[in-house]
Write a protein that binds this ligand. Structure first.
Ligand code: ZN
Length: 280
């Protein structure tokens, strides 16, 4: 089976020194690509360096709604510069109306700038949404379907929303949160989403999945127990639990997740990078 982790933060200071090990352990279990998202201008360079060093790391550049207080006056030009220089997606960006002290108008304005870039450049976009579904749909309605596609990461919305987002060419990504014991709403969304729209992620180094003892001992036997921080190598365990909850086979679910991610992020992959060089 093959896997892609569509949302990680490999630049994170808790794990940056161990990225070589993280990539190796991921590749050992059939994880072909991991998408790493910057969160603010300060980590754009680190995110680019990771993508240049490892073919399996695909970069996204954006400003996370938690970090709008870090915006420099030239943030949009900085973002555009990185998007021009490196085949990359956009994100992490989005709307978080749970976040304390975050100015909602500013969040919407900054998110719209990211969305406009995604549409103009036909790039995939990696979106964070917490308690801001109406605002998201409002913005998507105004901007139309996304030509390069997108995803809502660690999806926490309703079953109806999972279906509605498909109209805008936006897929839903399930994280370790779908492995928790009491997560009825997420399971309803997982069951309602089209199999052509389901993706999987770890949000490394956070959202460590709840694994059963058999999965844990298999992981320990293969690569050691690790640091207690999340890693892309845990995607298969998340897919396995999601398959069980959706009521389909592990392999079938893995194939859908892989093919959906491949379709969305193909422009960022090595072949895509070469093509970019040839055609520009
Ligand atoms: Zn994230």
């Amino acid at each position: 089976m093959k896997f892609i982790d569509v949302h990680t933060h490999l630049h994170d200071r808790r794990i940056i020194k161990d990225v070589m090990g993280i990539v190796e352990r991921a590749e050992n279990i059939g994880l072909h690509y991991m998408v790493t998202c910057a969160t603010m201008e300060e980590n754009f360079q680190k995110t680019a360096d990771l993508a240049v060093t490892y073919d399996s790391i695909l970069p996204c550049f954006g400003i996370h709604p938690w970090f709008l207080d870090t915006l420099s006056p030239e943030w949009l030009a900085h973002l555009e510069g990185w998007l021009e220089r490196i085949p990359s997606g956009i994100g992490e960006t989005g709307l978080d109306f749970l976040a304390r002290g975050a100015d909602r108008d500013l969040q919407v304005a900054v998110f719209k700038k990211h969305l406009t870039l995604a549409i103009d450049l036909k790039r995939p976009i990696n979106i964070h949404i917490r308690k801001a579904w109406d605002a998201l749909i409002h913005v998507l309605k105004a901007h139309g379907p996304l030509p390069g596609g997108g995803l809502v990461h660690s999806f926490s919305g309703s079953a109806d929303l999972a279906q509605l987002l498909a109209r805008y060419n936006v897929s839903v990504s399930f994280s370790g949160s779908v492995t928790r014991p009491n997560t009825k709403k997420k399971i309803r969304a997982l069951k309602a989403a089209s199999l052509d729209r389901i993706l999987f992620e770890t949000d490394t180094p956070d959202i460590f999945p709840t694994l059963d003892s058999e999965q844990l001992s298999a992981i320990e036997a293969a690569n050691g127990a690790g640091t207690g921080l999340n890693e892309p190598r845990f995607v298969p365990a998340i897919v396995e639990i999601a398959a069980l909850r959706r009521g389909i086979g592990f392999e079938e679910m893995a194939d859908h997740g892989y093919n959906n991610a491949l379709r969305l992020f193909a422009p960022l992959m090595a072949a895509g990078r070469e093509n970019d060089g040839d055609t520009q």
